[in-house]
Ligand binder design. Structure first.
Ligand SMILES: Nc1ncnc2c1ncn2[C@@H]1O[C@H](COP(=O)(O)OP(=O)(O)OP(=O)(O)O)[C@@H](O)[C@H]1O
Ligand SMILES: [Mg+2]
Length: 521
């Protein structure tokens, strides 16, 4: 263990006025986002910062004077919840700059995957002891696991798709000749030709599924209301569950629209429902829930998910559940625990592939005997009450009459901010990242759009072109252009001259709302 840095460099350079440098140091150590434990030369703890207290479950006071390893319970990283063995020689054989990961088990039996580094604490010629830095790397591990899982899936899907493709060609030949023979033969021979045809048809349907797994361009993208799709498959699901198992839905409103393939989304829901049915032999309940969720760029979740708005669909059963080993493999193609002939293990791998190619995420949680739940996140293109939801709550009036704003802006952070302003003011929002997406939305949204708020200069079509293309179908729609460019550019001269509504950036929330309000009144 050697400190390679010049100790002077690590001194606080600019302690704030009025504070002693000791205070400053103590505060700094307390606020570092990593666990820090300092020991004396005999390995007894002299200091612990709050992060270290939290990770170990020890208070700094109680830990003081205790041997480091009595407080810092390090186990091999793979240690299971029970029967885990303490790590051999933890920390002590670490070289300077080297880090190693362990499972840290706290006083209260909390398991955390951590990375540990160790430094000599030296002041000029004196060795004061050591400093141990403990870093919580759970979310990094989770992310690595997810990347590995999706790379594995991608590779298997590509392989399976390639084999299926070649196989399909051969099946075509087999089926073709079997047809031919079937037509020509008679009696028992004809029967045998029919058997060949049957077997080849089954094989064809399997290769068909494998092809969906690896193909990504067949999806028919459209702007969809997820609640509407859920409602459309409800009768099918209820039928598949039979009379003894219940189906309950809790659909959020307002809910976002997504861009996806309607049939694929139905397939996802049906596959999950069929699996749930198989996991609930007689009685049970399947719940389908939808809601919206924002992943904030500052939140820890942003390490695992792209920030932004999502439609969240939860499909949960209270069936037999599964153990950890099964759960970790359910998305693999051909993984099945079902009897031969009852399942081929493609259902969930196709679901996974569909969700990933829609730009979303899927995860599963399960406990033996407790049931299983699947969580799906799909990127949302706006939040509002959807088609078919308005009529239901017609009696309540009020809220449903909120005007709808179609917001088009290609800068994510700006769009999110404007979304917040407008949503808080009670508008229903449709949202698009460019003119093309906005047109898609306008095409399928069959209710009035009261105001189009659009950026002028965007990649692809401009806001002006967008407005011109939408106006013929929506003559009553008002338009507010938002622009970050100076007004003296040519294009904007034209804008001003044509007496169009233009809101220059930057603008305060109140100004945006005022301008929209004026257009509506
Ligand atoms: N809701 C659930 N409850 C318990 N186990 C489940 C659930 N959903 C999936 N599984 C487990 O995951 C495995 C894989 O599911 P998947 O849908 O991919 O294939 P399968 O249902 O076995 O076959 P098929 O190709 O016919 O769908 C199942 O065999 C089962 O062990
Ligand atoms: Mg299945």
């Amino acid at each position: 263990m050697q400190s390679t840095e010049d100790p002077k460099k690590q001194m606080p350079v600019a302690a704030e006025e009025g504070r002693t440098s000791e205070d400053w140091l103590a505060t700094t150590l307390r606020n570092v986002g990593e666990g820090i434990i300092a020991t004396d030369t005999s390995g007894e703890i002299v200091f612990m910062n709050p992060v270290a207290e939290q990770l170990t479950g020890w208070s700094g006071g109680d830990a003081q004077g205790r041997a480091l390893m009595d407080v810092l319970g390090l186990f091999e990283e793979s240690a299971a919840a029970s029967n885990s063995l303490p790590a051999k020689n933890p920390i002590f054989d670490l070289l300077a700059g080297e880090s190693r990961s362990y499972t840290l088990i706290s006083k209260t039996e909390e398991h955390t995957v951590v990375e540990v580094e160790c430094f000599e604490n030296r002041s000029a010629d004196d060795l004061l002891g050591s400093i141990v830095v403990v870093r919580d790397i759970r979310s990094r591990r989770e992310m690595e696991g997810r990347v590995m899982q999706s790379q594995k899936m991608e590779a298997i899907a590509n392989l399976a798709g390639g084999v299926a493709h070649d196989f399909n060609n051969q099946l075509l030949v087999i089926l073709g000749y079997a047809d031919e023979l079937y037509a020509r033969l008679s009696g028992e021979d004809k029967e045998q030709a029919l058997e060949i045809k049957r077997a080849a048809s089954i094989a064809e349907s399997i290769t068909g599924q494998l092809l969906t797994l690896s193909r990504r361009d067949v999806a028919q993208r459209e702007v969809l209301n997820v609640n509407e799709v859920i409602r459309e498959v409800e009768p099918l699901i209820a039928h598949s569950l039979g009379r003894t198992r219940k189906l309950a839905t809790d659909l959020g409103s307002p809910l976002g629209f997504i861009r996806g393939d309607r049939n694929q989304l139905k397939q996802v829901l049906l596959t999950l429902a069929n699996n749930a049915r198989d996991a609930m032999p007689v009685l049970g309940e399947l719940r389908i829930e939808s809601s919206t969720l924002e992943i904030d760029a500052q939140s820890p979740a942003a390490r695992l998910y792209r920030p932004g708005w999502y439609v969240r669909v939860r499909v949960a059963d209270n069936g037999e559940g599964m153990d950890k080993a099964t759960l970790s493999r359910i998305f693999e193609p051909f993984f099945t625990t079902k009897k031969t002939g009852c399942g081929i293990g493609l259902g969930l791998s196709i679901v996974h592939s569909i969700i990933v190619h829609t730009g979303g995420y899927i995860s599963a949680a399960s406990e033996m005997g407790q049931g299983t739940s699947f969580d799906i996140l799909l990127p949302s293109v706006g939040t509002f009450r959807g088609i078919g939801e308005v009529s239901e709550s017609e009696g309540t009036g009020g809220e449903d009459s909120a005007p709808t704003v179609l917001l088009v802006e290609d800068e994510d952070s700006v769009r999110r901010l404007m979304h917040k302003f407008l949503e808080r003011a009670g508008y229903q929002l449709l949202e698009a990242r460019n003119a093309e997406e906005a047109e898609d939305i306008a095409r399928v949204y069959d209710k009035p759009i009261h105001v189009l708020v659009t950026d002028v200069v965007m990649v692809g079509r401009t806001g002006l072109e967008l407005a011109e293309r939408l106006m013929p179908q929506r003559p009553d729609m008002k338009v507010l252009f938002v622009s970050g460019y100076r007004h003296d550019t040519l294009e904007h001269h034209a804008l001003w001259n044509r007496d169009l509504n233009l809101l220059p950036k930057p603008f305060p929330a109140s100004e945006l709302l005022r301008r929209v309000q004026i257009l509506l009144s």
